[in-house]
Write a protein of this length. Sequence first.
Length: 303
Amino acid sequence: MNTNILPNKISETIDRKLNSDRLYEIRLRANKALTVNYGGNFYYLGQDGLCDLPSKAFNISAQMLHDVVVKAADYSLYTVNRNICDGFITIEGGIRVGIAGEYVWENDKIKTIKNFSGLTVRFPHEIKGCANALIKPFISGELRNCLIVSPPACGKTTMLRDLCRSISEMSPASNVLLVDERSEMAACQNGIPQLDIGNNVDVISNCDKATAIMRGIRSMNPQVIITDELSRSADVEAVYTAASSGVKIIASVHAADQYDLMNKTTFDNLIKHRMFARYAVLSDKPTIGTVSGIYDENFGRIY
């Protein structure tokens, strides 16, 4: 696991004391104790490993935050400023560094972020077979338009990656377009995926979903498009257009459950026209990636 962007004492403690397979997230806040999501629960982290008291944990300074961002930017904040304006930097291996701080505006546009106040370092995990529970209801003789509904940090990206791998390797083969806006699912380096997304997959990364979907349809002629975290109206409109043209869509959205999703006005058109034939709702109980329910286009429970 790449922890080189972190201060040496923190990186060394992680290597010595923690199992990388169980480390999901590190949170660094200015003048606060370091916390980690380890095995689905949050703990403080100190020199001796996990602990329950902030007084025993590493204390994070503002300078540490700045140094982490500079390392994540490969010592050139200017070259990744567009990503910083979007609130994150993705580094080798699909590790995403979320950034909180003071936004600088110019002519009603975000110019940059300065005075970093907090960072969230999220580590992707490959769990092959974790999406097996979705294969039958999502496909069942034919591939369907499907949406994974999940609160943050419940494993939806990991499951989407596994679905991508599984679908791309089914017989007969389907040409899959993976729209990887934040470079988390494939973690491409120089155009080559660092994570296993399967065969027969083309990847568009570091591009907003609406642009990637529409240009990908024209240039790559996909039968299936897979993408993560629909949120903007433009994303949803592009998905609607793609699905209406016969391309199958598998995507995810942040929502507590199906009822929360139904209250999101951005998705009114997709729900009204029953664009998604299946909805899978995830939970973090008892473990991250738990499927709490699968529903049809009318939100009738199937499983």
